[in-house]
Design a protein around this ligand. Structure first.
Ligand code: GAL
Length: 748
């Protein structure tokens, strides 16, 4: 489909629906809003979980010119979770599902000049739409939270372009498939395919085809492409492909997409990318953000992929438990972060109508995201639902028919489930059923214990660790440390045993949830990052597995405060990729220095945490601090120094982006870290941050927030006024002697 026109700006919104809003013309008491939008901003915690569950109305006026003989198509990429669409007062269609893209041909309803579309959005949880219908451990929020686009097309257009190929070495045979929507009779056309890399054209060829009548697809005769470079984890090479469809030299449509070439395979011994075995180590990701739920645009979506791949050094993310933003997936493509994407679902299967929505979700996911090389696994079951052999045989069959190249799986929490997919995925929270093992020896079950099969199959840990501990950003250090060690134990075991293709932890960050899945506060504290994507020690564990050539990590699970663990500071672990560490404790009359090496408890890890233990000789009264020095070979490469009497001295404020676009809603995160006199985050500071913004930007969320885990973080967004200039964000620690800090953001 050729490029459309964004309809993201200038909607009228009201948090209720009346039929007169469809036919009437008075919108004077509607609020002017831009997309992405949430029907209701919610507090960080302790809110009424039905706050955003109601009908609301969105209205958008738009102009059309030159539509004679054209088709007008509207595309909604994500609206939570049910809507009716009306155009110029007439009902067009409705859509079920918060995560699927829907397109509507509105040609019969529009005219030259000004037109009006109205959307009635129902953001209540409903029995007829996955994942709702029973209890769900996350919120679905509400509203038009992804892009809306208007297309002006010919009477025949290509709705989808799937770049199918096979690979033999670095030789690719391309056989793209075009899905047409044609109002008229079938007709002959020419398709010209061009392949380029970084703007340089590498191949161009043409095929004669017959565009079918109605809806139907055409697969082009294969073409051998010039030698390609493969998409791989450390070199995620991407190509641009265009398909121009013309009749007698007149272009009727064009499709553009980005692709990557790679092969996938799996057997009981492991998962292979491009013929090379890779253990899948990653985290599950929800797509929610504080206050605005799902309503966050391109930049923060991309940033999440960067955090996973670049900061934490992971190679896989599971999009739990639904299709996620194209912006997130595009960044995964660019960074070499493999994706396991699944259809919406959570522990429940509804009636036949419910299953139909799931089939629709499946088609949207597989065909809609087909060209992303980062996606390597499709999840064809509703997360942790009971076995339903007919249904899951069918979801898997349909998925394979649409995409025979990727691997399929389905996530189970129960044992002995029939396996129709390529991979048996299991959420293993084993210690929940046992005495909590501090050292983590019992972290995972053997695969055949779970599958009940007499032989081994490809078996993936799709979730682990999260609910074993409630780890708040402000939790005591030993709790945070234990959470990090649980992750370390599972990853270690997954890496050194052939039972597992890999392990995907629960989960990337804390998230808002229903009361029956959390404390009163409606937050699941199962993230290795907090809700604002600020790392807990568990995140530092993943970071510490990176090669030291990428980044040297020396992160002690301690603030080295004398009373941290009752009396004394030991034992504690240091998460590091150094070869060894020297720890020096300073007391009144002497210093005690000792060398420590990686623990032997984590056999699978390249960089096992280092346990620091020993007699606390230095215990009595004059604690003057401590120093941890990290070495690579003989070389001192990192120092963590804690002097006497640390206190809050300054704020460090940083924005993820120095520039934002002023002509659209563009968001970035700002993190203020409360620093002590030693240059460390004051993890236990109990205070507030006061935020103010200046210029054409807006703060998302409240302007006074509690400090959690030593930070205050938030997002700001542009007002989309189209004015270039400078905006500033200032954070105050509300403490005498600690200066306010300001960051500038250029609006371009
Ligand atoms: C799993 C579920 C996740 C999450 C997790 C932790 O059972 O699949 O979505 O709820 O438990 O609480």
């Amino acid at each position: 489909m050729r490029k459309g026109q964004s309809l993201n700006l200038n909607w009228l919104f009201k948090p209720e629906f009346k039929s007169e809003y469809v036919t009437g013309n008075d919108y004077s008491d509607f609020e002017r809003v831009h997309l992405p939008h949430t029907v209701k901003e919610i507090p960080y915690d302790s809110f009424d979980e039905f706050l955003f569950c109601f009908d609301s109305t969105y209205v958008r006026f738009f102009d059309l010119t030159g539509i004679e003989g054209k088709r007008v198509v509207l595309e909604f990429e994500g609206v939570s979770l049910y809507y009716d669409l009306y155009v110029n007062g007439q009902a067009v269609a409705s859509h079920k599902g918060a995560y699927s893209t829907a397109r509507f041909d509105i040609t019969p309803y529009v005219h030259e000049g000004e037109n009006k579309l109205v959307l009635m959005v129902d953001s209540r949880e409903r029995d007829d739409i996955p994942p709702t219908g029973s209890t769900v451990d996350y919120l679905l929020y509400g509203g038009i939270y992804r892009d809306v686009t208007l297309y002006l097309l010919e009477s025949a257009f290509a709705e989808r372009f799937l770049f199918r190929y096979t690979l033999d070495g670095n030789c690719a045979l391309a056989a793209p498939e075009l899905f047409f929507d044609n109002l008229g009779a079938s007709f002959p056309a020419q398709v010209e395919i061009a392949l380029s890399r970084d703007g340089e054209e590498l191949s161009r060829y043409a095929r004669q085809i017959t565009v079918p009548a109605g809806k139907g697809s055409v697969t082009l005769e294969p073409e051998k492409l010039p030698e390609i470079e493969r998409w791989d984890l450390d070199s995620p090479v991407l190509y641009d492909v265009s398909a121009v469809i013309s009749v007698d030299g007149r272009e009727i449509d064009r499709c553009e997409t980005r692709v990557g070439f790679r092969t996938l395979s799996v057997d009981a011994k492991g998962f292979s990318l491009n013929g090379r075995k890779v253990k899948l180590i990653g985290l599950n990701r929800h797509q929610s953000f504080p206050y605005v739920g799902y309503a966050m645009g391109r930049r923060p979506q991309r940033k999440d992929a960067e955090i996973l791949r670049c900061d934490l050094g992971l190679n896989m993310v599971r999009c739990s438990h639904y299709m996620q933003s194209k912006y997130f997936l595009e960044r995964c493509d660019e960074l070499g972060l493999m994706v396991f994407e699944e259809i919406p679902g959570w522990g429940h299967i509804g009636d036949e109508g419910y299953k139909q929505v799931a089939f629709n979700d499946l088609e949207d996911m597989v065909l809609g995201h087909f060209n992303h090389p980062s996606i390597v696994i499709w999840g064809t079951r509703l997360n942790e639902s009971a076995d339903d052999d007919d249904f899951y045989r069918e979801t898997n069959r349909r998925c394979k028919a649409m995409d025979p190249t990727r691997l399929t799986t389905g996530v189970r929490w129960h044992k002995n489930s029939p396996l129709f997919e390529d991979i048996y995925s299991f959420n293993d929270y084993t210690p929940l059923a046992r005495t909590i093992p501090y050292k983590g020896e019992f972290m995972l079950q053997a695969q055949q214990q779970v599958t009940g099969l007499p032989y081994k199959v490809p078996y993936l840990i799709s979730e682990h660790t999260g609910p074993l501990l409630d780890t708040r950003p402000s939790s005591d250090v030993p709790v945070q440390e234990r959470f990090a060690l649980y992750h370390a134990s599972v990853v270690s075991k997954a890496l050194c045993s052939d039972d597992y293709l890999g392990a995907i932890g629960w989960c990337m960050f804390d998230y808002n949830t229903h009361f029956d899945h959390a404390y009163q506060d409606k937050i699941c504290y199962h993230g290795v990052l907090d809700m604002f994507r600020v790392p807990k020690y568990a995140a530092e564990f993943y970071r510490s597995q990176k090669d030291p050539s990428e980044e040297i990590v020396l992160e002690p699970c301690t603030v080295l405060g004398r009373g941290e663990r009752g009396e004394g500071v030991m034992p504690f672990y240091v998460l590091t990729n150094c070869d060894y560490i020297d720890v020096t404790f300073c007391i009144a009359t002497e210093t005690q220095k000792q060398r420590y090496y990686p623990s032997s408890r984590f056999l699978g890890l390249k960089h096992a945490p280092i346990e620091v233990d020993g007699p606390e000789l230095w215990f009595q009264p004059f604690w003057l601090g401590a120093k941890i020095e990290g070495y690579l070979g003989e070389e001192l490469v990192a120092v963590f120094d804690c002097g006497k009497n640390p206190y809050l001295t300054r704020l460090e404020v940083a924005a993820d982006d120095a520039e934002l676009y002023c002509d659209r809603v563009d968001e970035t995160r700002v993190v203020a870290t409360f620093m002590d006199t030693n240059g460390h985050r004051m993890r236990h500071h109990f205070g507030v941050g006061k935020i103010s913004v200046d210029g054409d930007i807006q703060l998302i969320g409240p302007d006074v927030v509690p400090v959690q885990g030593g930070t205050v973080a938030f997002w700001v967004k542009t007002k989309a006024l189209g004015r270039k200039g400078r905006a500033t964000v200032t954070v105050s620690a509300c403490r005498d002697g600690v200066a306010d800090e300001t960051v500038s953001i250029e609006l371009i």
